[in-house]
Ligand binder design. Structure first.
Ligand SMILES: O=C(O)CCC(=O)C(=O)O
Length: 295
């Protein structure tokens, strides 16, 4: 996800003392997901939901572009293309309380219900949002990684709802290694800027492949996206991109969801978000910061 060295909390990420109150005062849309879609998510660790968020594209683009114009006014922002490399690979997260379009999406869209159904969870607790932008000409690949070990949570019911904000050809879209969410491995987090593994002294983690296996049994799942299409994937599913040059802007907005069995965990290194939480391993994530938006 990010490079902790360049990742600075320019401002306090949570503006609200009690986000749960806002959750109670709002209602989320429901969409009944095809059971085949849920089965695909459970089997492959990823499923595609075309066109679900078309109405959200303009508002989410506006929110992200505002952050990109003025990154210092927002929480965790990072540029991963090195100086001299073509294009720009920007990402930012934990800004939903500062960006009304992002809070409206989390609090009123069908993302919470979508995540709950895919996770087969009776609840969907909102962890945070994360936006990405690759500008035209960017050749920086998103390194192969999975998200769970970057986070201070652990569990088997997790989902990211990733919304494409631009039409994206298949060669520059994020791609996934099917069934990697169930391979039993925890992969060392990897820096987006250098592609190097974090310096984690955790013998239970292994280094992720730098490229997905070619041929054999491995199934790579990828596809062109239209703005407004959603991809739902498990925090444990390996994903990344090729270094193919990005033709136009390529923006995306991802919300991260926690299901019934997810609990706080201590990692043997910096986590992202680098949150300072007064919790014990095994605790539920506090509702005041991470409101349950479904169930
Ligand atoms: O859009 C990308 O290239 C990266 C997305 C990603 O890593 C994520 O949402 O976890």
């Amino acid at each position: 996800m990010l490079n902790p060295q360049s990742r600075v909390a320019s401002v306090k990420w949570n503006v609200l003392d009690d986000a749960a109150a806002l959750a109670h005062a709002t209602e989320r849309r429901q969409i009944e997901l095809d059971t085949a879609m849920v089965d695909t998510f459970q089997r492959d660790g990823v499923c595609y939901v075309p066109g679900l968020f078309t109405d959200w594209v303009e508002p989410l683009r506006s929110g992200l572009d505002r952050i990109m114009d003025s990154p210092g006014d927002y929480a965790f922002t990072s540029d991963s293309a090195e100086p001299g490399e073509p294009g720009r690979f920007f990402d930012t997260y934990c800004n939903w309380q500062r960006v009304p379009e992002f809070s409206a999406f989390a609090l009123t869209s069908s993302a919470a219900f979508l995540a709950a159904q895919c996770m087969q969870s009776s609840t969907a607790q909102f962890f945070h949002e994360h936006s990405f932008a690759k500008e035209a000409g960017t050749q920086k690949a998103t390194p192969w990684h999975h998200d769970l070990p970057y986070y201070c949570v652990d569990g088997t019911q997790t989902a990211s709802v990733y919304v494409a904000l631009d039409d994206t050809p298949e060669d520059t879209a994020v791609r996934f290694l099917a069934e990697s969410h169930r391979d039993g491995n925890t992969y060392v987090p990897r820096r987006f800027r250098t592609g190097e593994d974090y310096d984690y002294d955790d013998p239970s983690m292994v280094s992720a492949p730098t490229a997905p296996p070619d041929g054999g049994e491995a199934r790579i799942i990828s596809g062109a996206l239209s703005a407004g299409d959603a991809i739902v994937f498990d925090f444990r599913t390996l994903h990344g991109t090729t270094p193919a040059p990005v033709a136009g802007r390529r923006r995306a907005f991802s919300t991260r969801w926690l299901g019934d069995d997810v609990r706080y965990v201590e990692r043997l290194g910096v986590t992202s978000p680098p949150l300072d939480l007064d919790l014990l391993p095994g605790d539920r994530m506090p509702e005041s910061l991470f409101p349950t938006l479904w169930g």
